[in-house]
Each structure stands twice: as structure tokens, then as C-alpha cells.
Design a protein around this ligand. Structure first.
Ligand SMILES: C[S@@+](CC[C@H](N)C(=O)[O-])C[C@H]1O[C@@H](n2cnc3c(N)ncnc32)[C@H](O)[C@@H]1O
Length: 207
């Protein structure tokens, strides 16, 4: 078990009880995502946490494979799905770096509040791009901490060392946009609910 999964295991129970920070923004992101969904779609969600978003989207697509590095998060997500008999979501403890998925097999990939938490976002974005079918969608909501708090670059490694924070990468919205377009994506929709809030993007792989 690496340090990152230990951190998320430790806070999973608390995380599952926390209210959503901005309910209106969350609902809008769900709604926008659904406008892109089709009932026959195969979807991967990585960093699914306690599964609420995968469960909310389940009625609108064929299948969601929802993964998270934390076994505790997956345990909670599975219990939620079982409680309401959700049958088209498969939860699995796995990291996005290690998961193997065949090229061009997915219609959509969701990565919500996660791209700033991976060691190498460019590698993850390239992997997502490969897994998507032509015309496939990458839906992501990302804290671009570099826009507002450059000092975080110094604070984060110290807090991580002390076990107070998980791995957090500091980059700007522009750097996120560049990472997506450099990988070949076209940004189809972009919205930020307010200054300092996560940047929501729907990016498309060319047809
Ligand atoms: C901030 S939470 C976001 C959870 C959920 N997506 C949400 O929006 O509420 C980040 C989640 O990503 C998971 N995670 C962190 N690194 C990961 C990785 N490399 N692969 C898969 N999951 C990861 C953590 O365990 C945690 O549950």
C-alpha cells in the first residue's frame, strides 16, 4: 500500500459524510455531463471516491467501471450501490496508472477532483486518450491551485511528508488546457463556478 492510498483510506469514512461543498455547481456538472451521455455508453471513472457520482450517472449509460486507489473508498461505494440495487456499476480498487484497458474501448472517462492528485497528469491524460474510442469524451473537474496559490508549491511537499496531505500537484488552468490539447483532445466545454474553484472540462477525442 503506498502513502497516497493510506491517506485516502484513513479519511474515507469522514469524506463520505462530508456535504458537497457547492451543491449547485455539482448538480450543474452532473447535468452537463448527462447531456453528452447515450444509453449505450461504456464509461470509466477513476478516483471515484465513495461512488456518489458513478451511482448518480448509472441510469444514463450502459456500464460504469469505477476505480479508486483506496480500498476503504471502494468499500463505502459498493455498500451504497448495494443498498439501492445499482447493477451497472462495477467498483474496483485500482489506480489509474496501473489499470489495463484495451485501446479505443471506452465512450467516456470521468476524472473528478483527481488530476491534481496524480504523479504525472500528462501520462494519465495520454492513457485516457488511448482508452477512448474516436469521438470519446474525457470529463474532468480539476483544482488548478497554481492560478491562485503559487506558494502551495513549497507547502505541499512538507504537508505531504508530515502525512497531513496527499500528493498534490500545483498547476494553472492554462497548463491543464495545454496538457489536454497536447494529448490530442479538443476542449468542447469549460466552466469554472468561481475564482479558485475547480475547472470543469469536457474534452473530446477527434472522430
Ligand atoms: C478528492 S477525492 C475525489 C473523489 C471523487 N471523485 C469526488 O469528486 O468526490 C480523490 C480520490 O482519488 C483517489 N485517488 C488518488 N490517487 C489515485 C490514483 N492514482 N488512481 C485512482 N484513484 C486515486 C483517492 O483515493 C480519492 O478517493
Amino acid at each position: 500500500m503506498d502513502q497516497s492510498s493510506k491517506f485516502w483510506d484513513r479519511i474515507a469514512e469522514r469524506y463520505s459524510k462530508q456535504p458537497i461543498a457547492d451543491e449547485a455547481a455539482y448538480q450543474k456538472k452532473l447535468q452537463v455531463t448527462r447531456e453528452y451521455f447515450q444509453p449505450d455508453m461504456k464509461v470509466l471513472e477513476f478516483g471515484c471516491g465513495t461512488g456518489s457520482t458513478a451511482i448518480a450517472h448509472a441510469p444514463y449509460v450502459k456500464h460504469i467501471h469505477a476505480i479508486d486507489i483506496s480500498s476503504k473508498m471502494i468499500e463505502i461505494a459498493q455498500a451504497k450501490a448495494d443498498a439501492i440495487n445499482v447493477e451497472n456499476v462495477t467498483f474496483e480498487q485500482a489506480s489509474i496508472e496501473e489499470i489495463s484497458a484495451s485501446d479505443q474501448t471506452l465512450d467516456a472517462v470521468l476524472g473528478l477532483s483527481i488530476l491534481h492528485l496524480v504523479e504525472n497528469k500528462e501520462q494519465v491524460i495520454a492513457k485516457v486518450y488511448k482508452m477512448l474510442k474516436p469521438g470519446g469524451l474525457f470529463v474532468t473537474s480539476t483544482a488548478c491551485i497554481g492560478d491562485t496559490m503559487k506558494s502551495f508549491k513549497v507547502i505541499v511537499p512538507i504537508a505531504k511528508f508530515l502525512g497531513l496531505m496527499p500528493l498534490v500537484k500545483v498547476f494553472t488552468t492554462k497548463e491543464l488546457e495545454d496538457s489536454l490539447t497536447d494529448a490530442g483532445f479538443v476542449i468542447d466545454y469549460q466552466w469554472q463556478p468561481g475564482k479558485g474553484k475547480a475547472v470543469f472540462v469536457v474534452a473530446k477525442k477527434a472522430e
